[in-house]
Design a protein around this ligand. Structure first.
Ligand code: DAH
Length: 318
């Protein structure tokens, strides 16, 4: 039992004892009263002492500069330091800036979406096995943490349709965080980042798309690159391509070392139609690719798990 509880019980006992004074013969009462009162005074003082001590510890201020380096032993002396942007976020800024310089608007993706934007608005047929390629999570209410930034395509097309009506093009990139039900290993994470691009105009073509993508990758890696495409399949593009770059020598690549960087293609007429855009009049292309992979190549990282690890030793290298 706590000290304070013991003291309070003792006080109660003394008070009961004091009540017995009436049972005593008159000549003994004064002496008895004095003794009991002295004892009661002693206990009351102890109680307020303990209460004061309890109050002192309760209001002791929290030391917000206390050591919190979970990955490292506590040093004898440590300076407090400013935090910094996570390397992925810093790279994201770079990516978005390159697209902005090319004239693209930026719309941030959601981290919780629904069946319609994840699948239906992207021309995934009901029950089509292509849905299985995007094995993601679901909340109990049926919402979906998006498996790709393409979930934003429908919203972007609808929102920016007015550009077309005003005789201009739609040119938007969508950075976002995405989620997949992956077995995590050096090249797979359940949480990662993508950047989506959407372009629509009256007369754009596949070669415009390849030009934009080449420009982006050459700016990002600050050098000329060899590019290549191969056929792919996505329900929301037709035709669909996988876009590859030859791994530059400066980043440890050999001739013929091609890396798939993103998926892309001409936006499927059904996707345009669902957003209220006439596919007879307008054409569009779209692409989406992982940011983690882009950054890993730039810095020669071999394990995607570093990014989500919260490992300060890793983070401080940037
Ligand atoms: N969302 C696709 C993925 O994560 C990539 C992609 C392919 C995005 C084609 C696009 C596109 O916008 O047109 O696998």
């Amino acid at each position: 039992m706590l000290e304070i509880d013991n003291l309070k019980q003792e006080l109660k006992r003394i008070n009961n004892e004091a009540a017995k004074i009436r049972e005593l013969p008159v000549e003994k009462r004064a002496d008895f009263g004095k003794k009991v009162n002295a004892r009661r005074q002693e206990i009351l003082e102890k109680i307020s002492e303990v209460e004061r001590a309890m109050l002192d510890t309760a209001v002791e201020p929290i030391d917000i500069t206390a050591w919190s380096g979970v990955n490292e032993p506590m040093p004898e002396f440590y300076p407090t330091e400013m935090g910094s942007l996570h390397p992925l976020m810093a790279e994201f800024d770079r990516v978005v800036e390159i697209y902005q310089m090319m004239g693209f608007d930026v719309v941030e993706a959601r981290q919780l979406d629904d069946e319609y934007h994840m699948f239906d608005s992207l021309n995934f047929a009901k029950e089509h096995p292509a849905r299985d390629g995007y094995d993601t999570f679901r909340t109990e209410e049926g919402f979906i943490p998006p498996a790709h930034t393409s979930t934003m395509q429908h919203r972007v097309l609808k929102e920016y349709r007015k550009n077309l009506e005003a005789g201009r093009e739609i040119a938007v990139v969508v950075p976002g965080r995405v989620f997949r039900n992956e077995d995590v290993d050096a090249t797979h994470e359940h949480t990662f980042y993508q950047c989506e691009g959407v372009y629509v105009s009256e007369d754009c073509s596949m070669s415009n798309m390849l030009g934009i993508l080449r420009e982006f990758f050459e700016k990002y890696y600050e050098q000329k690159l060899n590019i290549r495409t191969q056929p792919g399949y996505f329900p929301f593009t037709e035709p669909s391509l996988e876009f590859m770059i030859e791994k530059p020598k400066s980043l440890g690549g050999k001739k013929g070392d091609y890396l798939e960087m993103l998926g892309c293609g001409m936006i499927h007429p059904n996707v345009l139609k669902m957003a209220g855009i006439d596919p007879e009049k307008y054409h569009g292309f779209a692409w989406g690719g992982g940011i983690d992979r882009l950054v890993m190549l730039r810095y020669g990282l071999d394990d995607v798990r570093y990014f989500e690890s919260g490992n300060l030793k890793f983070l401080r290298e940037f």
